[in-house]
Design a protein around this ligand. Structure first.
Ligand SMILES: NC(=O)c1ccc[n+]([C@@H]2O[C@H](COP(=O)([O-])OP(=O)(O)OC[C@H]3O[C@@H](n4cnc5c(N)ncnc54)[C@H](OP(=O)(O)O)[C@@H]3O)[C@@H](O)[C@H]2O)c1
Length: 374
């Protein structure tokens, strides 16, 4: 039986973009980790030594500390990396608030975590990251929950992990492309909504934005095409060919620009900012992210990545996210990749300050407009 959907996809440019560019971007990142330390000692004038790895700092409050168990929010906690991160952070002693759009999936995840660790402190909160209205309701629910508890009214860690890979064009209730709103704009709005709670923490707090090696496929050429124009967030015509691979790369590129810009803003006004922000790239991980691909292609991709030894299970793929969550405040503004506390440079265009400022002001304006419509 011929899988015509798979055949159609193989005939698309985006499929080959993913197969070739994404694999090259991933291989580059792994080769860098493997060879940069050795090459930098052999050719110190040509290759800079990689930055030193950051240790994981466990939270150890004194008896007087107003936060005895830090509070962490993980978005997209019902599957893959979000579930693995929630489990790992609960084991690290965090009170984990699992944020997801499906109540049944949230309950199931809580049961799974509790089955492994009876003492895990976990709560479920419903939120659809691709809806500003839902994000505002989530903010209110978190504040009410904090107000009704005897905990300090602040949060210590926000992990913006929820994400999708959509192969067709869908428009959200806010009027944006669903992949862009879920992967980037929703995280931007949620972060801005929760920033006061992170800032009021009496101990250092942290934002971790989950990005991807695919951001490396966004080039200077794309940037010259007005990459942060507000039209990029919207769907201009549903009949236009949907460039799903480019949209995904773009959403992850925006996530990086946003992380670096927020870091600059926080530290520009206060060099001892209580809130720090880092980006984490898990590499290639066998999760449900490719659920919209025809199963035969998804299995083929996993098989090839597995043969190249580039595919990890969620339990180890989550390493860079947990490193990013537990690294000391000096890690702010860094890009974590490859676990073991390692960081590296992201693509050179992702450090474009002017572009990041433009993206911030466009996103902020869209957020305000959506809020005003609610
Ligand atoms: N897997 C990889 O190789 C890889 C590589 C680089 C980066 N990443 C990034 O890692 C993150 C986690 O992905 P994953 O690989 O763990 O994929 P996954 O298994 O599909 O998990 C994605 C999670 O996001 C949630 N989600 C999707 N749309 C949402 C929405 N509108 N509101 C709230 N939650 C929503 C999903 O919930 P539902 O179950 O309700 O859909 C699910 O819990 C993503 O940002 C992804 O881009 C993944």
């Amino acid at each position: 039986m011929v899988d015509w959907e798979a055949v159609r996809m193989i005939c698309s440019l985006d499929f080959w973009r993913m197969a070739v560019y994404w694999t090259l971007a991933l291989v580059y990142s792994h080769l860098y980790l493997l060879f940069a330390p050795r090459l930098s000692t052999l050719f110190p004038s040509l290759i800079r030594p990689p930055p030193s790895a950051f240790p994981r700092c466990r939270f150890a409050p004194g008896p007087e500390c107003p936060v005895q168990r830090p509070i962490c929010i993980v978005t997209g906690a019902t599957s893959g990396l979000g579930e693995a991160a929630s489990r790992a952070l609960a084991a690290e002693g965090f009170h984990v608030l699992l944020a997801g759009r499906c109540p049944q999936a949230l309950n199931k995840t809580i049961q799974k975590i509790k089955k492994h660790d009876r003492d895990a402190c976990v709560e479920a909160f419903q939120v659809d990251i691709s809806s500003i209205h839902s994000i505002m309701k989530f903010e209110t629910a978190i504040k009410q929950w904090l107000g009704g508890s005897n905990l300090h009214p602040s949060i210590q860690l926000l992990i913006n992990n929820a994400g999708i890979f959509a192969k067709s064009c869908r428009v959200t209730a806010d009027g944006f492309d669903q992949m862009i709103e879920t992967n980037y704009l929703g995280a931007f709005c949620l972060t801005n909504a929760l920033l006061p709670l992170l800032k009021s923490s009496p101990v250092p707090s942290r934002i971790v934005n989950v990005t991807s090696f695919t951001h490396r496929c966004v080039s200077h050429v794309d940037i010259n095409e007005g990459i942060v124009a507000r039209e990029k967030f919207c769907v201009l015509s549903t009949s236009e060919k949907y460039r799903f691979a480019q949209k995904y790369e773009y959403s992850k590129f925006c996530t990086l620009l946003f992380s670096y810009e927020l870091h600059r803003q926080l530290y520009a006004t206060d060099s001892d900012s209580i809130v720090s922000v880092v980006a984490a790239d898990p590499g290639a991980v066998a999760t449900n992210i490719m659920r919209e691909l025809p199963p035969s292609l998804k299995n083929l991709a996993f098989m090839v990545l597995g043969l190249l030894q580039l595919l990890q299970p969620p339990e180890s793929g989550v390493g860079s996210i947990i490193d990013a969550a537990l690294a000391p405040p000096e890690a702010s503004g860094k890009y974590f990749f490859g676990a073991k506390g390692r960081t590296m440079k992201s693509s050179s265009v992702s450090y474009d300050v002017k572009l990041a400022e433009k993206l911030w002001s466009t996103s902020f304006q869209l957020f305000q407009e959506c809020k005003a419509r609610i």
